[in-house]
Design a protein around this ligand. Sequence first.
Ligand SMILES: NC(=O)c1ccc[n+]([C@@H]2O[C@H](COP(=O)([O-])OP(=O)(O)OC[C@H]3O[C@@H](n4cnc5c(N)ncnc54)[C@H](O)[C@@H]3O)[C@@H](O)[C@H]2O)c1
Length: 245
Amino acid sequence: MGKLQGKVAVITGGASGIGAATARLFVAEGAKVVLVDLNEAKGQAFEQELKAQGADALFIPANITSEDEVAAIFEQTIEAFGKVDVVFNNAGIGRVHPSHELDYAEWRNTVNVDLDGVFLVARESIREMLKAGGGTIVNTASMYGWVGSPGSAAYNAAKGGVVNLTRSLALEYAEQNIRVNALCPGFIDTPIIPEESKQALAAVTPMKRLGQADEMAKAVLFLASDDSSYMTGNSLIVDGGYTAQ
Ligand SMILES: NC(=O)c1ccc[n+]([C@@H]2O[C@H](COP(=O)([O-])OP(=O)(O)OC[C@H]3O[C@@H](n4cnc5c(N)ncnc54)[C@H](O)[C@@H]3O)[C@@H](O)[C@H]2O)c1
């Protein structure tokens, strides 16, 4: 039996990269998956691909920065599958920009998606999980929630926020059987990393390579399933050794 047999999992940023790899693994472990993404073309194509393999999959186009759209994700999930057991709160954006040249609008947009959006999805998840008597939430932060780096002030501030949001929500709902943990990836080979940066990022990583999205998916499965039943408020760093330096 799969580790998520019969579970319903909502995955934001589910059309690409870490979210898509996690959707594949969750399906293999018996879950029904709801893919949420801004990118409709990719989301629809991926939904079709999973359905063709016999999976229960639903794509919902939505922007996680919209309170109404986030509420609708959960309404549609309940309508389609009757419940929400797992939420992989993973959609995010990131750009490199020297801080003295960073427009306030760009700062706001990054924090809006990477922190506010994560809060909105977590809040709606918790509302459903309180009704159902529990669940698990995995927020995607970053190793940059733990260490700084030049040129990513807004991203790093937002990801640091996600690490402590995770602790705070974990404490608030521990007695209600809702576990909240974070995944903190290092440099992972997904479309968020520009092609021209990949070699340099691999070179500054102790393991001398980028991580793969399916290596993140395995960590997410651990945090989302009963394998981590005594963990909450934790941030799991999976970074090829980067933050050990
Ligand atoms: N790849 C890395 O090196 C790395 C490292 C650390 C953390 N992360 C984090 O992992 C998460 C997933 O990133 P990825 O590497 O898979 O990148 P990705 O670009 O492949 O996937 C991110 C997905 O999120 C979606 N998205 C962006 N903004 C959205 C919004 N407002 N509403 C709904 N969907 C939205 C995008 O359309 C995209 O499909 C992000 O939170 C990212 O910050 C990635």
